[in-house]
Every structure is written in structure tokens, then in C-alpha cells.
Design a protein around this ligand. Sequence first.
Ligand code: SAH
Ligand code: SF4
Ligand code: F3S
Length: 483
Amino acid sequence: MDTKKLDIEAITLLQQAPETEPERQYFFMEELKKWYQAQVERLKRPLTFSVQTFGCQMNAKDSEKLAGILKTVGYEEVEGENADFVLYNTCTVRENANTRVYGRIGYLGNLKKKNPEMKIAMCGCMMQEAHVVEKIKKSYRFVDLIFGTHNIYKLAELLYLRIHGPKMVIDILESTEQIVEELPSERKFQFKEGVNIMYGCNNFCSYCIVPYVRGRERSRRPEDIIEEMQKLAAAGVTEIMLLGQNVNSYGKTLAQPVSFAELLKMAEKVEGIRRIRFMTPHPKDLSDEVIEVMKHSEKICHHVHLPMQSGSSRVLKVMNRKYTKESYLALVERIKEAMPDVALTTDIIVGFPGETEEDFEDTLDVVRKARFSSAYTFLYSKRTGTPAASMPDQVPDEVAKERFNRLLAVVQEISAELAEADTGKVVEVLVEERNAQDASLMTGRMANNLLVHFPGDEELLGQYVKVSLNECKGFYYIGERVK
Ligand code: SAH
Ligand code: SF4
Ligand code: F3S
């Protein structure tokens, strides 16, 4: 970072700032509070901010941390991009995630011309790629702050530096061993929340950029995770989603190793939490112990998101997934045997380099056998720097698209069959929001992760109610409350 351009006040303050985290960030938040008050007096109005999340649950969790810091400083949150501080928390897992960001930065530039107070920050996974930062530096000079995934917690310090110095502050760390927690966070939902149990990924699936932009695997200490859950429960949260790129390898790198199954057992004991979910388990090491804990648990939802990526053992090998078609199906069987009511969902990539019609048929075969209640299907997207990007036999777009459509048809048919089979049942749901299309309906989430829309009002938000699944609409239901 270029600190040469800082003013005297900032240089003096930097010398006084504590070196340890998170104390250092609280110090900068205090400084920013004073600056914020001065702005409010000057402009005779509050300053607003907006964080736009482009990626996965972990990206969303980071956005909550950014929002928490800005709210502490005094900023008021608004929905759209008409704000005094707009932050794009980016994703780069597939090319279209990048395209969406580039498509919108130009628009931000126009907004900034109209609002001289406006600041723009780009952060998250895309910023860990050098070519992205170069492009922004060159083509989008109006961006104020650029930082990556490893220093989200430093927002207050970086904003402070921006105010007191260079027009563009760039701070990207290649990697980190550090886990900085205990900073403010602004929850999107009052009754459910994601909790990071680990950061990074060591799996290096050959198509995937995540290990390059999120760094090596680091687990949080179990006592810190449980303490966060207890605090959330005390604040009214009843549903927790434990987050990590490969939750099964949780705890391996801790000074005192703890397994994911052990963590689940500890998590279950947190009073006030009624539902526990987790995302994402890797099929190569989902242990029988975890299945056993789930089977006997009152709180862990019988929903397993088990990304298969491909049904072809040959493709799986080249993908570096470390399981085969047969071992994946055997795992599915073990899970279903232990929990006959389980809902299985998955991720599938179509058109991985070298994928033949026969490979693709294997994927369809697994889909038919495993019977997923839903599947996220993706067209393979070439990510620069990953081994798959330079593999021969990249599948032509038309071929991949045609397979994609065939896969989607099979996936949807099975989802609809499974959902139809539950029609008429009465289930317990957590009421999450008002329906966006029809304001007379509320939306509830079932333990198996499916949604049901039913007549009700906002007082039900955050409550657990019983709903009958009257009509199946493919992958969701229309229902009504039963006492
Ligand atoms: N850690 C999780 C997945 C994280 S990324 C796991 O191992 O399953 C979420 C999903 O994006 C992946 O499951 C995969 O299906 C998809 N994905 C990742 N890289 C991709 C790429 N290059 N092209 C298309 N889809 C991709
Ligand atoms: Fe990517 Fe594989 Fe890691 Fe998942 S496990 S984040 S797909 S490298
Ligand atoms: Fe998540 Fe996208 Fe980063 S999926 S980890 S935000 S690349």
C-alpha cells in the first residue's frame, strides 16, 4: 500500500494505532466516527452505504462484517447503489460472476459523477486476481478502495487511509494465517445466521479458483464457534448454518484437532438453537460418524448438500475430486439408510474439458439413482490459473448447452416427483420472509430446505409454525397454517 501520500494527521495517527487486531480496527472506527460526525454537520444529512453481495454464503457473511463496521462508524444502510459508499463484494467462481461486476462498475462511475461524496470499494474474491486489479486500476480510476478476501476486517483502516491520502487505496494480501474475529457484524436476518467454522480450501479441484482466492484451509477454534453460536442464540437466532468450503476437514489443522462430527455434537448443545445446517461437505470425506450424529440429532436438519460435480469416475479423477461414481453412490446409500427422510441436493458441472457423451450419461445415471431433491447445474467455466483451463479438448459451447438442458430436464422431473410425494403432509417451517410476488403470503423454510408459501402476516417472521403442503408447484409448495 502507498502510505507516502498520507497527510500529517494520518501519519501521526498510524504511529499511535495499536498493532494487535481487532483492537487496531476499533481504534480506526473511533477515528472514523469523528470524521463521520463532521461530514453530517457539513452536509446536514447522514451518509449512506450499500454492500452488494455477488457470491456464496461465505461472501454474504463477509458482507455482514463490512456492514457492521460501517454501521458502527455511523453510516446508514440503504438498498440500492444510490449511496455515499457502495461496496461490491465480488465472486469469481464462474466467468459470469465477473461479467456481472464489470457490467455494473461503469454505472457506479456515473453515479459518482452526480454525487461528489460517493466512495466506491471493490473487495472479495475477484480482487485476489492480479489481472482484475490491473484492469480496475487502468479502466476504472474512480474506484476508491480495492481489497481482497484476507483483509475484509481492515475496512475501517483502509477507509481512514483513503480519506487522508491517495485517491485509490489498494490492499491485497496474497495469503494469511490470521483469523480476525470479534468485529461488529450486521445480520441480514434476525432469526437465522451463518457461522464460519473454517476459511480457505486445500482441495484444488482442477476447475476451481476458490483455493487461489481464499487461501489455505484455516479452522476456527471450537470454543470460538460455540461462543458465537451462544451469542447469536441470546440475540434471538434459532437457525445456524455452519459454513466452510469443505466442512468435513474441519479441525484438522488445529493445535488440538477436533473432528467435524465432534463440532456438530458441541453445536447441538447450544441452548436456544433449534435448527443446525452445514455447507459444504465434500463427498470424499463425509464420515460415517457425521452421518451417525445427524441420524440421532434433534437439531441437525436432515438435508445434505453433497456436490457431485460429475457422475463419471474418469472425469472425477481429472477434476481431482478423489471419489468415484461408485463410491459417491455408496455414500448416498449410507446417508439414505441412516436417514430415510433425508433431502439430498447437489452441484453438477456440465462440459468439463474432455467430457464425452458417455461421461455425461454417467452423470445422468447418478442423478437418476441418487434422486436429488434439487441440483444446482453449471456450465463449466474456464478459470485462468486453474489446471483445467489449459486442458485439451475443451467442450464446444453448443455441446455443453445441449447436455445442460438434458440434465436440467431430468433434475427437474425428479425434484417434482419428490416434492409431489410430500403433498398433503403437515410440516414445521421457520417463517423467513414476506413473499415478494404476493404480499398476502409468507414464506417458510422446511427442515429439508424446501419453501412453502402460505397466507399469514409479518408477526410470524422468525417463528416456527405448522403448515400443510396443499399444492406442489414443482420445487415449492402453496400451503396453509394448521394449529
Ligand atoms: N466447496 C464446494 C463448492 C464451492 S463452489 C465444494 O467442493 O463442493 C460452488 C460450486 O460452483 C461447485 O460445487 C461447482 O459445482 C461450481 N463451480 C466451481 N468452479 C466452477 C467452474 N470453473 N465452472 C463451473 N462451475 C464451477
Ligand atoms: Fe473448489 Fe473443490 Fe475447494 Fe470446493 S473443494 S472450493 S470445488 S477446490
Ligand atoms: Fe464464494 Fe465466489 Fe469466492 S463462490 S468463495 S464468493 S469465488
